[in-house]
Ligand binder design. Sequence first.
Ligand SMILES: Cc1ncc(COP(=O)(O)O)c(C=O)c1O
Length: 439
Amino acid sequence: MTQALETQLNTQIKNSTSATFTKLVSKEGGFEYDLDPINICENTFAPLEVAYDYDKIRATVTRETIEAGPNSIWRYRPFLPVATDNVIDVGTGMTPLVKSTRLARRLGLKNLYIKNDAVNMPTLSFKDRVVSVALTRAREFGFSTVSCASTGNLANSTAAIASHAGLECCVFIPADLEAGKVLGTLIYNPIVMAVKGNYDQVNRLCSEVANTHGWGFVNINLRPYYSEGSKTLAYEVAEQLGWQLPDHIVAPIASGSLYTKIHKGFKEFAKVGLVEDKDVRCSGAQAEGCSPVAQAFKEGRDFVAPVKPNTIAKSIAIGNPADGVYALEQARKTNGHIESVTDAEIIEGIKLLAETEGIFTETAGGTTIAVLKKLAEEGKIDPDETTVAYITGNGLKTQEAVQGYIGEPLAIDPKLDSFERAWDRAQTLERLDWQQVLV
Ligand SMILES: Cc1ncc(COP(=O)(O)O)c(C=O)c1O
């Protein structure tokens, strides 16, 4: 971007009456920066965070103004870092908050809710939230090509929303992703770079490309804006609970961005008086085969040591998480837990959610449910706590994970006697104990 364009954009934001975001601030040392496409503090190498004018938000935003807004994340626009009214609204957000009965009973919890981003629009994961914000901002910066380093869902989302917005798109993924994730990107016809390496290697390569190509990388140079989109997962839950904060949340951790931004969202709503403040306990979920934050939590360390991922939960397989340390701090400060579960437990988690609530999630959601179960069984969730489990992606994209662990259709002829024989056989098949689940 030229110096002249940058100056023009910063002036545009400063003069915008609707923009409530004011600057970028380093997470270490408080160094301040203009609202440019940058993500790292030059002095401390810490991530940059968007700061807002909360007095301005408090003066103009009420529960009623939000309720009168669009049925999407953009009803919370004053809390999002975009300067113009020309937002990309593809219907992202306002996904169901499901009050659980069967899963709750199974786990011995009385007030369990599932935030179901497995049905988020347009690409069936929470990433549509962060990408809607990032590409709106990318357009404001004047980028014509957008990109990302992705574990799968982000590539789906970036490609789809770039198509909608008419932006050129080139995404980078590890070469060994699930077929559904790859197809779910290719269908939008972007350039897809399948890198022979893990996500952390993809990410390093993308940082170099971002420096040389002048593209808008949603999770690199646009990361401070992009990550703010995850706060809408907190706002929606608060609104859907009748303008109250939950007592406890359980969410997956990959880079740690979603987990930390949910907490920021709750704090912001309390700060501007939309809800009563509360210390929401934040628990995090990782797969044992990639659990650098859970390991640090368990060992009482205040640093996160990078690991080499080896798990079926590819979408959350980030061995060197950018916000890992902040996630760790947040779990301790809020009296939450960060736990890890094995691949076998993840598969069980996927099946348990499907069989009790009718929600088919991917491996990240299986991880969340398995950790929820573990915490409930260990008494780390009070049965009376209003607990929200965040289901962030859809199971149809990671079918490989459950193949071989579910039943098979009974092949029959189109004849009544063939059906009757199969029905008799079905009664003898080993199946889940429905009595226990359904009661
Ligand atoms: C389905 C799903 N859930 C959760 C996450 C975790 O995201 P974060 O990197 O913000 O921790 C990801 C990351 O890609 C994901 O794809």
